[in-house]
Design a binder for this molecule. Structure first.
Ligand code: ZN
Ligand code: ZN
Ligand code: ZN
Ligand code: ZN
Ligand code: ZN
Length: 441
């Protein structure tokens, strides 16, 4: 366990911490800390602590953001009324984040951004504690403790809607607890198939966990399995896309497999260990080349081997990762480029504002007739992606379909009330262009 990871984990804030239901330092709730209420930071009124000791210990991390929030609180203009409108509340949050960035004289970091986007508010009228005339606290849901209303009346109106969602909030919190355990290394299955049968992919996660003898995972429970689908979704989505382009025999004859990951970021890096699963499902691979191309891939690496499980290591199998901090079509022009067996982009939204950036990349994939796939968080984004790719002439093999290998770990969508999203929820698979003559027939 590296202290670096511990430091990183410490800086992150869980939903319970952001909601003020858990200690900002040690993550304990009132019950876990055996106290009646948590102490609130008198300056920012955002961070909560189970004890003076925890408040002291957190101060070095908290200080800068605390002072910035205090300054923002004194700026009455920044707290204009949202008139009970979700859209106004969203706009105000973004405005306040700009002000906070201005005060800090830098962009908000990840933790600060999440804390601000998910700040507690009444789920019905979107009032934050600061908006309430009398200094009353928001009333939490007794079951999940992260959803609030400003009054019993608003709870009465919101109760039935929340009852449908409360369980998902609780699952989300349970997954988060598992992810933030300091000694939690993400489980990646080791090679186990003594008979070397390597059946085709099972039909869903339940089948997968049975096949992979997940019962041997010591901490196994529903939430734990959800947490590991969040990263295993990457190699399994790759495997299922490969099976769309190659027969089983073809796949079993590839010794040097090259996978390009387009627009890779922290999500893919955090899941590096799990990519070995590709080698476990396709046992004839001797070297798996993972080429991650994306602006966050710094520093540049032309390939270094990653540790494999004992059995793969014994058989001299290798997993080599390369990282290129650039846009894919720039990488494609470089001398480091070699043709992949699959080019795939995870959770991409081609439509957003970056279409001009994406266009040359898609054109390249189509020109080279490369087996390609994209996943996205939502159906809406997936449909938009298909529209864009089609407009460029692509032959779509699977268009905006639910991905059976999507993550099952719910993540909160901070810009929409009671919305959750899942990594790689939808997928689109395509190769080359539609044959023009055929189209004209
Ligand atoms: Zn504490
Ligand atoms: Zn504070
Ligand atoms: Zn309210
Ligand atoms: Zn609840
Ligand atoms: Zn292995």
């Amino acid at each position: 366990m590296s202290s670096f990871r511990e430091e990183e984990l410490k800086k992150r804030k869980t939903y319970l911490q952001i909601a003020g239901t858990a200690c900002s330092n040690c993550r304990k709730t009132c019950r876990e800390a055996n106290v009646k209420t948590l102490l609130r930071c008198a300056r920012c009124r955002v961070s909560h602590y189970c004890s003076k000791e925890c408040q002291k210990a957190d101060f070095q991390f908290h200080k800068v953001f605390c002072l910035a929030i205090e300054e923002l609180s004194n700026n009455e203009q920044a707290w204009y009324s949202c008139n009970g409108l979700e859209s106004e509340w969203n706009k105000r949050k973004i405005y306040q984040m700009q002000l906070l960035g201005f005060i800090l004289d830098r962009e908000l970091n990840n933790y600060e951004r999440l804390a601000w986007l998910n700040q507690p508010k009444c789920q019905l009228c979107f009032k934050c504690p600061k908006d309430l005339k009398t200094p009353q606290a928001l009333i939490p849901c007794p079951n999940c403790q992260v959803v609030f209303c400003c009054s019993p009346e608003h709870w009465k109106k919101h109760r039935s809607k929340h009852d449908d969602m409360c369980e998902t909030y609780q699952i989300m919190l349970d997954c988060e607890r598992i992810r933030y355990l300091p000694d939690q290394s993400l489980w990646a299955p080791e090679e186990y198939d003594e008979n070397k049968l390597y059946p085709p992919l099972p039909k869903d996660w339940t089948g997968y966990f049975k096949w992979r003898k997940a019962s041997i995972i010591p901490q196994r429970n529903d939430s734990f399995c959800r947490v590991i689908t969040n990263t295993l979704s990457l190699p399994l989505t790759i495997l299922s896309a490969l099976s769309r382009f190659y027969t089983r025999d073809q796949l079993h004859s590839i010794n040097d497999m090259v996978i390009h990951i387009i627009g890779a970021n922290q999500y893919e890096l955090s899941a590096l260990m799990t990519f070995e699963e590709i080698m476990h499902v396709l046992p004839d691979i001797k070297v798996l080349h993972l080429v991650m191309v994306g602006l966050e891939m710094t520093p540049k690496h032309h390939g270094f081997p990653l540790r494999c499980c004992p059995r793969c290591t014994n058989e001299n199998r290798m997993r080599v990762i390369s990282m290129y901090p650039m846009i894919y079509h720039e990488f494609a022009k470089s001398s480091d480029y070699s043709q992949p067996h699959l080019a795939i982009g995870f959770n991409k939204d081609l439509g957003e504002d970056d279409f001009e950036l994406w266009k040359p990349t898609i054109e390249f994939l189509l020109d080279k007739n490369l087996p390609s796939a994209f996943t996205s968080y939502s159906k809406k984004e997936a449909i938009e992606d298909v529209r864009i790719i089609k407009e460029l002439g692509a032959l779509i093999l699977t268009g905006a379909k639910e991905n059976k290998w999507s993550s099952t770990m719910p993540l909160v969508e901070p810009q929409e009330v009671d919305k959750f999203y899942y990594n790689n929820f939808y997928r689109t698979v395509f190769q080359g262009r539609v044959n023009k003559e055929k189209k004209e027939e």
